[in-house]
Design a protein around this ligand. Structure first.
Ligand SMILES: CC(C)(COP(=O)(O)OP(=O)(O)OC[C@H]1O[C@@H](n2cnc3c(N)ncnc32)[C@H](O)[C@@H]1OP(=O)(O)O)[C@@H](O)C(=O)NCCC(=O)NCCS
Length: 192
């Protein structure tokens, strides 16, 4: 007689439910801090330990980080003193919103932090006629997240950031208020 394991399959529904329960406390402790110039180096370090050159693009230097902080509303995701992620957006003159710099530390992935950051940003910009972002076509995890939030692929641009890699433009539009505008209208600074 063979024994059937009662352990959930890796990635199965039961496991997902248990993992989520396990992370519920951390989610309650997650805080959003508005980044300022003094956070530039921590922001760079987070990107360096968390991103892939091909899918995300090169991490910039301090000047680049200062520009990102100055030109966007950039949130640092914190668990107490620990920096676990970041996410940014900026509002264009036409009221549309560009989301960028979405990064979660590998040690804190699959805890719902990126989704929480999007929920926060989308809620703050709920009247925007359009929200868009770009991502690498092979960034399957990011594409799954964006699809689940109602973003749709609009176009593919080759060498979008000048790093030789393509990017997909995804948008979430309030079709009742405004037709889509070109994502590059005000020139996105970097990949989300
Ligand atoms: C993409 C990224 C931000 C997701 O962060 P995260 O906090 O782990 O994501 P969440 O836990 O909030 O998951 C949200 C959804 O993303 C998808 N997802 C994220 N990681 C996934 C994985 N490893 N496998 C499958 N789906 C995944 C799922 O749809 C998930 O929803 P679900 O848990 O209900 O199934 C993170 O992997 C990351 O920082 N990647 C490197 C930087 C990057 O590529 N940023 C995006 C640039 S466009």
């Amino acid at each position: 007689m063979s024994l059937v394991s009662r352990q959930p399959e890796p990635g199965g529904l039961l496991e997902t439910v248990r993992e989520r329960r396990g992370h519920a406390r951390e989610m309650d402790q997650l805080q959003f801090q508005h980044a300022t110039a003094k956070h530039a180096e921590a922001f760079i370090a987070l990107q360096e330990r968390s991103t892939d050159l091909k899918l995300y693009g090169p991490v910039g230097d301090v000047d680049g980080a200062l520009r990102e902080i100055a030109e966007n509303i950039l949130y640092l995701l914190r668990l107490g003193d620990e920096l676990v992620g970041c996410a940014a957006y900026r509002v264009r003159p036409d009221g549309s919103v560009y989301i960028s710099n979405v990064v979660v530390d590998p040690a804190h992935r699959r805890k719902g932090f990126a989704r929480a950051a999007f929920t926060y940003i989308l809620q703050r910009n709920r009247r925007a006629p359009r929200v868009d972002l770009v991502t690498h076509p092979e960034n399957a995890h990011a594409l799954k997240l964006y699809g689940s939030l109602g973003f749709k692929v609009e176009s593919r641009r080759e060498n979008y950031f000048g790093d030789g890699e393509p990017r997909l433009v995804l948008a979430r539009c309030d079709e009742t208020t405004s037709p889509p505008v070109a994502a590059s209208a005000s020139g996105p600074a970097r990949s989300p």
